[in-house]
Design a protein around this ligand. Structure first.
Ligand code: TRP
Length: 367
């Protein structure tokens, strides 16, 4: 179905506070998109039902992190006047739609999903894979299509989910008629942002590895983390030539710094290329690089920390924002679901033609 409207849907699982990887991979972009004024409607979902697919035995963790994620959204500049922030489990239309989509996806197709494969290896569920977890890509397709989203800004790891979503849309529209809209994925525009490594240089940022910079970290915590960042183990003295490959400080600079940052904080260089050339040649110490990175990060995170501190004083209002966002999401969802039920011919009670037709059929059979 061709959509005239431009609609964004995206979201995060509330399994922890959001970190710098979320910020460069998606949050920063969402705020820009929100403020561009180009979108008719924007929905950001706190995916608690999805979080429960692998945290069903820890509902308290999910419950605590709903408010953390909401605070993270508000502090980066998601504006509840422009964006509906909502809670997935409070929109039952999503569950219904997922159930219908299950008919359109094979078990074998789900087994091939690379993201699910990786997650299964990481989690090794005792006693087998929970069906809910196995099917979460289907539920994610429902998350996106219930809102007829045209644009889904997410990280690269979500690509297989979007591919599956588009397959479901095509299949649904082919079988039942043109109702659903195929969404487009919107990936980060800079390679460093695609997959920001942890502060220790490891590819995956995770709470258990203790290698994440959180949006809610204090200035003091940030400083400590930047100072302990992994650089180049062969760069033993300032004079020795340094390597950029796998050097986390430079990867973070790639993701964050602009020429204006040089003018403001490190005017010896015009831009990152000049700085990199000096590092590679030798003569530029890690301390200077870290100090610069810290200034850059502080300039981005200071306003975020300030906004968070303010919202933390208004917690009941934050829940009110989620409630209002959820109401708006449901309203939108109910419209799509009515169309879906009609297309699937399961809107029996609204279908007056059906009632008349059946009445006639049985009357004729008698006569
Ligand atoms: N899978 C996403 C994550 O792990 C969260 C999510 C759920 C999502 N439903 C979505 C993202 C729909 C984009 C669109 O963070």
């Amino acid at each position: 179905m061709e959509s005239k409207e431009k609609i964004i849907l995206t979201g995060d699982r509330p399994t922890g506070r959001l970190h710098i990887g979320h910020y460069v991979g998606s949050l920063r972009r969402r705020v820009e998109l929100q403020n561009s004024g180009e979108y008719d409607e924007i929905f950001i979902m706190i995916a608690d039902a999805q979080a429960l697919t692998d945290n069903f035995d820890n509902p308290e963790k999910v419950r605590q992190n709903i408010i953390e994620v909401a605070l993270d959204y508000l502090s980066v500049g998601i504006d509840p006047e422009k964006t509906h922030i909502f809670v997935q489990s409070a929109v039952p239309e999503l569950t219904e739609l997922s159930f219908y989509y299950m008919n359109l996806v094979t078990v074998q197709r789900l087994q091939r999903n690379p993201t699910v494969k990786t997650e299964l290896e990481m989690r090794h569920f005792e006693g087998g894979t929970p069906t809910g977890f196995f099917c979460y890509p289907i539920s994610q397709a429902a998350d996106i299509t219930l809102f007829k989203a045209t644009t889904v800004p997410v990280g690269e790891d979500q690509k297989p989910m979007l591919e599956l979503t588009n397959e479901i849309v095509r299949r649904f529209n082919h079988i039942y008629g043109d109702v659903l809209v195929e969404p487009q994925i919107l990936l980060p525009d800079n390679a460093a942002c695609m997959r920001l490594p942890g502060t220790d240089g490891k590819a995956k940022m995770s709470k258990s590895l203790g290698n994440c910079i959180y949006l809610s970290d204090s200035a003091k915590e940030l400083k400590k983390k930047v100072n302990s960042m992994f650089t180049d183990p062969q760069h033993l003295t300032i004079e020795s030539p340094g390597h950029l490959e796998g050097n986390t400080v430079f990867t973070y600079l790639d993701a964050f710094c602009t020429d204006e940052d040089f003018a403001q904080f490190l005017p010896e260089y015009k831009n990152l290329d000049e700085m990199k050339a000096h590092y590679t040649r030798g003569g530029l110490g890690d301390g200077t690089c870290k100090k610069f990175l810290l200034s850059v990060l502080n300039s981005r995170f200071e306003p975020i920390r300030e906004r968070r501190a303010q919202w933390e004083q208004r917690i009941p209002e934050v829940y009110e924002i989620l409630k209002r966002g959820t109401e708006a999401a449901r309203k939108r969802g109910q419209q799509t679901l009515a169309e879906v039920r009609h297309a699937m011919q399961i809107d029996y009670f609204e279908d007056t033609a059906l009632i008349a037709e059946q009445a006639k059929r049985f009357a004729q059979a008698k006569g």
